[in-house]
Structure formats: structure tokens, C-alpha cells
Design a protein around this ligand. Structure first.
Ligand code: THU
Length: 160
């Protein structure tokens, strides 16, 4: 029997002034998306912006529903929008920004499990890592160079 230890690596930015110009532009798009989220039930707004390899930026935000499970996260709205409009383009980066009207979101909000699995699908499909940035309303911004940092032992179609 062996013990397997898996470590993850992240870059932590103190705030957006430490981002590159391109990454900061993507951050501003995530905030723009977050500000038009439809989150009347949780009051928790999330925006996601994607940079594609053709230079296009795609935005998405969470869309809630009175029948709660029918709602959808920002990341999947953005990813599926990109995948449906630009099926042959690769996703280079995703930026996630969250805020709440009932509490201070001052630490980075990482993607939920289902969104991680969805990002995994496209990272595997395109054979290219996706940079994932995540942030709250204030505070630090975290970057993972690949979904694999967030979801080790990823289930993908090579196992089917
Ligand atoms: N939410 C996202 O949009 N992305 C995540 O990764 C976590 C959660 C949304 C879903 C729901 O509308 C609200 O945040 C509260 O869970």
C-alpha cells in the first residue's frame, strides 16, 4: 500500500492592479456579467467571462428560477454559450467574479463541483489547459493554470 499526495498550485493576486492588462480586461467583463445576473432568490450574483482563441470574449451569469434546481451557474451559462456559438474555438481563460447584496464577499469564490466537471469536459476536448481566475467582490484573486489543479482524478471520456 502506498500513500499518494496530490498538491495544487495557484497564483494569488492581492487585487486586480496586479493582473496583466489582458487579464484585467477579462476581469472587468466578468464584473459586467455579474452585474446583470438574475439572482432574486440567493441574492448571490456571479459573472463569468471567457477568452477564446479567436479573441472573442463570451460572458455569462447565474440565472435562477422559482423552481430552484432549474437555475444555472454563471460558468456553465458562459461555457455552453461559447461552445454553442464557437464549437471549434478553444477556451483560453475563464474569469469568475461574485458578489452578494446581503453579505460582503471578500474572499475568492471558486467554481462549484458541477462547473468544475463542465470546465473539465472542454479542457479535455480541446487538449489545452484553461486558466481559471476566481474572485469575490473585494480581496484577493486566485488563478489556477488548469482545471486539473481544482479537480484531481478528473473523470473524463478516456475512462469510458
Ligand atoms: N453559483 C454560480 O453561478 N457559480 C458557482 O460556481 C457557484 C454558485 C450561483 C448559483 C446560484 O444562482 C447562486 O450562485 C447561489 O448558489
Amino acid at each position: 500500500m502506498n500513500e499518494l499526495k496530490i498538491t495544487s498550485k495557484f497564483t494569488v493576486y492581492n487585487d486586480n492592479s496586479e493582473l496583466s492588462k489582458q487579464d484585467n480586461a477579462l476581469f472587468l467583463k466578468a464584473i459586467e456579467a455579474r452585474n446583470s445576473a438574475y439572482a432574486p432568490y440567493s441574492q448571490f450574483s456571479v459573472g463569468a467571462s471567457l477568452l477564446l482563441d479567436n479573441g472573442t470574449i463570451i460572458k455569462g451569469n447565474n440565472q435562477e428560477n422559482a423552481a430552484y434546481p432549474s437555475g444555472m451557474c454563471a460558468e456553465r451559462v458562459a461555457i455552453w454559450s461559447a461552445a454553442s456559438q464557437y464549437p471549434n474555438s478553444k477556451i483560453l481563460k475563464i474569469f469568475i467574479a461574485a458578489s452578494s447584496s446581503v453579505k460582503k464577499v471578500d474572499s475568492p469564490v471558486s467554481p462549484c463541483g458541477a462547473c468544475r466537471q463542465t470546465i473539465a469536459e472542454y479542457e479535455f476536448k480541446q487538449s489545452k489547459d484553461i486558466e481559471i481566475f476566481f474572485s469575490g467582490e473585494t480581496g484577493k484573486i486566485v488563478k489556477a493554470n488548469s482545471l486539473k489543479e481544482l479537480l484531481p482524478f478528473t473523470f473524463n471520456n478516456s475512462l469510458l
